[in-house]
Design a protein around this ligand. Sequence first.
Ligand code: ZN
Length: 374
Amino acid sequence: MYVCGVTPYDATHLGHAATYLAFDLIHRVWRDLGHRVDYVQNITDVDDPLLERAARDHQDWRALAARETAVFREDMSFLRVLPPRHHVGAVEAMALIIDMIAELVADGVAYRDDRSPHPDVYFDVDAGGPLGVVSGYETSAMLRLAAQGDGESRHPGRRRVLDPVIWRAHRDGEPAWESALGPGRPGWHVQCSAIARHFLGDRIDLAGGGRDLVFPHHDCSAAHVEALTGARPFAACWTHTGMVGLEGEKMSKSRGNLVLVSSLRARGVDAGAIRLALLDGHYRSDREWTEEHLRRAQRRLDRWRSAMTRPAGPPSGELAAAVRSRLADDLDTPGALAAVDGWADAALGGGDGDRSAPGEVGALVDALLGVAPR
Ligand code: ZN
């Protein structure tokens, strides 16, 4: 499983948390089934947004990335997200990224823009495509989106607007690494392609991230690998998570309405309540975050914990089967949570006297939902 990680220039907000919680559940369900899970996640620790933020704040981009990566890891461990087996930054993976770019050029599916004073290297979507395997978008739709996202106006040697940059030639004031194509730094999409392929191979079971990454990021990173291996699709399953809104508005940096995991932590909010508040919605749907959601989740958590620490309760077998069956159905977390509610109601109502049940349910909720039983 390969999941796109953060660009470490800002603290983890609840939209990130919802995404990594969804993949955490997949990780937990697979482990519960007895699979050995190879989970790889990248860190985009060199890219435009990070460099722009560092320049704006007059700080070293490496220090900014190191600090925010540390906060992200603390946030994830606070939320009881099981860590990936490999959590790989682009900077530490630079040699293998450069190797992959060289391989794309050698295979004739990438070219250098030698007509520009900054000879960037592009992936050739005509030679290396098709593009759009992940999104399913028509070329016209991709062209429209690419035109919106293309901030830099002059690329004299770029053959097509859809050709993504894979190696950005050195500009003054930007970090650069030596390569056979000249000094520069890698584009974002190829960072993920190279890290995913290096650690997981030519075909993988699942790749994903937030829904905003479908195009161009996932279409391009899949196309890079597929161009080299000829094996399509690169990932048997692409999984994308919905967005989280705050009090009726989309949560975004530009609106300044981000709810940070670290500020909830500082307020002493229980990680279990955050998990239950986010898992109360389905991972693919857009969800709302309000203080009322959090209060409701805390009440639910309190109720579960009271039930799980009783001396006895209804036998756990039926509940375990229900939770597993709900999660197996495209991660139906609302259904799984409702099943636990039902057991907790019966236990708190004094039903049945199975002395091992509260402990078993605690272990189940811990292993599959990541919620600490006490
Ligand atoms: Zn990625």
